[in-house]
Design a protein around this ligand. Structure first.
Ligand code: FRU
Length: 461
């Protein structure tokens, strides 16, 4: 999003980025009085993970964003080392934010306060301070309140937590009035043992089945999976009226996004009933983070484009919100007459859609000499690779496509890519940094040449 006066080569037009400083998790996602609000973890001072405030932008269409003053600043005794992640709800016409106040002791200890702030205009917030003391059995790592109201009017809050035995967990509270909260214990009775801390929990309640989304830290690599610095994924089950998530134990923890740095997503339901998700594209090894080229321009990281998430025939699907259509300007491309083809991107904000009539056999796509997408029907594996900007080595992420490859939808920005596969069955998102900013080619090689439809759009704001 163009917030900086001077445009830099890695600037983003339709993805939210900080004007300066470091952005991490999306926070407080809500449509309030018709307007979409996105808050985000923001270090305004520099591109390190210090003193987080809540940055704030709003939009009528999820495309054009207006910048507001920071909604929360870490200036009080209960949040002096950071206004950490949280969520938003509307009640009695007011906008309520729930967040974690992070307080560090001189001895390095950590205390977390679950706090509330209220606004009548969606721009100015009054802090109300901590709501309750945390339950016994947990370390100082209890954070990221996600609050919602059920059909009976009960407010629920789930929190990411670490048990004293240093395992990840999620705990639950409920309230009648958003002020007084009763503790209900852990969300899952026999929870999966994944990592030493669970961050940013979220529950997505669908008619068919529910999913519990969370970001565990400390998982081991398992084949193509869990290769990122920290993970984000979900398990399926059902959220019950007693505040427990009955986990469908056959369902394994599945990554939400197969790319390189997706983390800490949050969802909300808008006025049309859609569940929309935004995630942070920035979780990475600190050395790799320190080498991200945008730091020279004084900013770091971005959010994904808003995705609608749906449950369709038992499968979770993610698709860019339909508002993307208002940016599309069709660009004609020559039909492919040999097994290789070069498409020149009309702009660094583009979208490419490929639809196979049957299914792809062998194909390879190279984007701006920086990112490769390869698929072979022989092993049904789709591989996305890029050059790591620190090690200069090729790194890859891959997924097995059980039913083959039928469609690709690529959202392209100057330094960010989102790839939606098979109508949103799998998603890869990533940052990439080109050697030559004038390189605008997509090179494509495929064994079968006339079994598909290709559409190219320039995306104009
Ligand atoms: C996830 C996270 C949250 C925390 C926030 C602090 O990226 O670590 O758990 O609230 O970032 O910025």
């Amino acid at each position: 999003m163009k917030q900086s006066a001077k445009q830099d080569e890695y600037d983003l037009a339709y993805h939210i980025r900080p004007p300066k400083g470091l952005l991490n998790d999306p926070n407080g996602l809500i449509q309030y009085k018709g307007v979409y609000h996105v808050f985000y973890q923001w270090n305004q001072q520099d591109t390190t993970h210090q003193t987080k405030s809540w940055g704030h932008v709003s939009s009528k269409d999820l495309i054009h964003w207006e910048t507001h003053p920071p909604a929360l600043e870490p200036v009080d005794w209960f949040d002096r080392n950071g206004c950490y992640s949280g969520s938003a709800v509307e009640a009695d016409g007011k906008l309520y934010l729930f967040y974690t106040g992070n307080v560090r002791g001189e001895d390095g200890s950590r205390t977390s306060y679950q706090c509330m702030a209220v606004s009548e205009d969606g721009v100015h917030f009054e802090k109300k301070g901590p709501l309750f003391e945390q339950p016994p059995g947990y370390t100082g790592h209890v954070r990221d309140p996600k609050v919602w109201q059920d059909a009976e009017g009960i407010w629920w809050m789930i929190l990411g937590a670490q048990r004293e035995d240093l395992s990840g967990d999620c705990i639950v509270y409920h309230s009648q009035n958003l002020i007084d909260w009763d503790y209900d214990g852990p969300l899952i009775v026999e929870r999966p043992k994944l990592g030493y801390m669970w961050e940013c929990p979220d529950l997505c309640l669908f008619a068919e089945k529910d999913i519990f989304v969370f970001s565990p830290q400390g998982m081991d690599v398992l084949g193509d999976e869990f290769q990122n610095f920290y993970q984000t994924g979900y398990i399926t089950g059902q959220f019950k009226a007693n505040g427990k998530f009955e986990w469908d134990k056959e369902s394994v923890f599945k990554e939400l996004d197969r790319g390189f740095e997706f983390y800490a997503p949050q969802t909300f339901i808008d006025d049309t009933g859609r569940r929309i998700l935004l995630g942070w594209l920035g979780v990475m090894d600190p050395a790799v983070e320190a080498a991200v080229p945008t730091r020279k321009d004084g900013w770091l990281h971005a959010l994904t484009f808003p995705r609608e998430i749906i449950m369709e025939e038992g499968r979770l699907k993610q698709r860019p919100v339909k508002e993307i259509a208002q940016m599309r300007k069709p660009v004609s491309i020559a039909s492919q007459s040999s097994t290789t083809q070069t498409i020149v991107l009309p702009s660094l904000q583009s979208e490419l859609q490929i639809q196979w009539k049957e299914a792809a056999e062998e194909m390879k796509l190279e984007i701006r000499k920086a990112v490769q997408i390869a698929y072979s029907s022989a092993d049904q594996r789709l591989i996305v690779s890029r050059t790591n900007w620190l090690s200069k080595e090729i790194e890859e992420r891959a997924v097995h496509l059980q039913n083959g490859l039928h469609s690709l939808q690529l959202l392209i920005e100057s330094s960010l890519l989102e790839l939606f596969i098979n109508d949103g069955e799998e998603v890869f998102s990533l940052r990439y940094f080109v050697e030559d900013e004038n390189e605008k080619n997509i090179k494509w090689a495929e064994t079968a040449i006339d079994s598909r439809e290709t559409t190219l759009y320039q995306l104009d704001l």
